[in-house]
Design a protein around this ligand. Structure first.
Ligand code: SF4
Length: 350
């Protein structure tokens, strides 16, 4: 066999790129398809386990390609069934993923991280305090699915049914790798999931929301809104200074027109900050441009931050005002609070 230059990360190659390289080495096309299937269909991360390849072929792969898998280091179990897994990346950085089972509805939701840390410094979020350590590669995002799916099968004898990009990081600031990971999850050479099962949650990067629509994605889109006027939103989410509510509404309208997908707003309720009647009125106005589902989420305390969660009474009053105006609204109890696995709590402190 001819030699290829250096050692390449095999998971960074598309099927075509890998096929071309192996063809140049004299491999039959079906052999390169087998390698690709091992990697992406079966999630195998060790060349020795590619059992239908000859020893010679496996040795060749070992010499010329590397696999940089994520390795699980801690699993925490919440009393409510939620499980948080911490993974170490090949360079030592840590990320977290959360499995949220709802056995009664047959829903097993995986929350994946898209970056190690986050650059956006939302004032209520533990991840934001870490800063951005680095972008995750497409395979590091995809591998969270592979690893947590094993846990899901072991624990419930069911595969993951839904994936939310809502863990550490802002997915639209790692656009290329996030969309590549989505493409792998949708592919029939991978898990073959449907776009309706995938939700991308963003703090709001207007131009990238439009790009997602232009690139033909139809995943569910959730905007982490958390305040319905610019002044309050600037206060808790600095990204709003460059992507204000007007720009975000335009972008979401564009996404809705292109995809026909209802938009979700995530709204963490902070006592006497964003849970009053005027806040509800402002929010109702933001629901008039396209079909919206508002998810009101209880705030999960983060060590060192002094936000206070809204009382049940205030949340109920707020939700009633929305419902009365015809806005589809749910109030979500947080899952996994006792293991710091709930919204805004992921910070590798396990
Ligand atoms: S809420 Fe999301 S976007 Fe904001 S700092 Fe936390 S991880 Fe980043």
């Amino acid at each position: 066999m001819k030699s290829v230059k250096g050692v390449q990360d095999i998971l960074s190659l598309s099927q075509e790129e890998l096929g071309k390289q192996l063809l140049e080495q004299g491999w039959k096309k079906f052999k390169s398809t087998q390698v690709y299937d091992w990697l992406w269909k079966h999630g195998v991360r060790n060349f020795d386990n590619m059992s239908n390849l000859s020893l010679e072929h496996r040795e060749f792969l070992k010499q010329h390609y590397s696999i940089n898998p994520i390795s699980q280091d801690v699993i925490q179990h919440s009393v409510d069934g939620t499980k948080k897994m911490r993974f170490t990346l090949h360079d030592g950085h840590k990320i977290e993923s959360v499995l949220i089972p709802a056995e009664e509805d047959n829903r097993y939701t995986l929350c994946v991280s898209s970056q190690a840390g986050c650059s956006l410094t939302c004032s209520f979020c533990a991840t934001g305090r870490m800063g951005l350590l680095r972008q995750l590669t497409a395979s590091e995002i995809f591998d969270q699915y592979i690893e947590v799916n094993k846990l899901c099968l072991q624990s419930y004898e069911k595969p993951i049914s839904n994936i939310v990009y809502m863990g550490m990081g802002e997915p639209l600031l790692n656009y290329k790798n996030v969309t590549q990971s989505i493409t792998k999850l949708l592919s029939n050479t991978g898990p073959n999931l449907s776009q309706r099962r995938i939700t991308l949650s963003t703090a709001g990067i207007a131009k990238m929301i439009k790009k997602l629509a232009d690139d033909g994605f139809k995943v569910n889109l959730a905007l982490s809104l958390h305040a319905a006027d610019d002044q309050k939103r600037n206060e808790i989410m600095p990204i709003n200074q460059h992507n204000n509510l007007h720009a975000l509404m335009e972008a979401l309208k564009y996404y809705y027109k292109a995809t026909g997908q209802r938009i979700s707003y995530e709204y963490i309720a902070f006592e006497h900050f964003n849970d009053g009647d005027q806040d509800a009125k402002n929010l109702i106005r933001l629901c008039s441009h396209f079909p919206v589902l508002v998810n009101i989420i209880e705030y999960n305390p983060v060590r060192g931050l002094d936000y206070v969660k809204s009382s049940d009474d205030r949340i109920n009053r707020f939700a009633k005002l929305l419902l009365k105006s015809g806005v589809m609204t749910t109030v979500r109890k947080s899952r996994g609070k006792d293991i710091d696995a709930a919204c805004g709590q992921l910070a590798n402190e396990s």
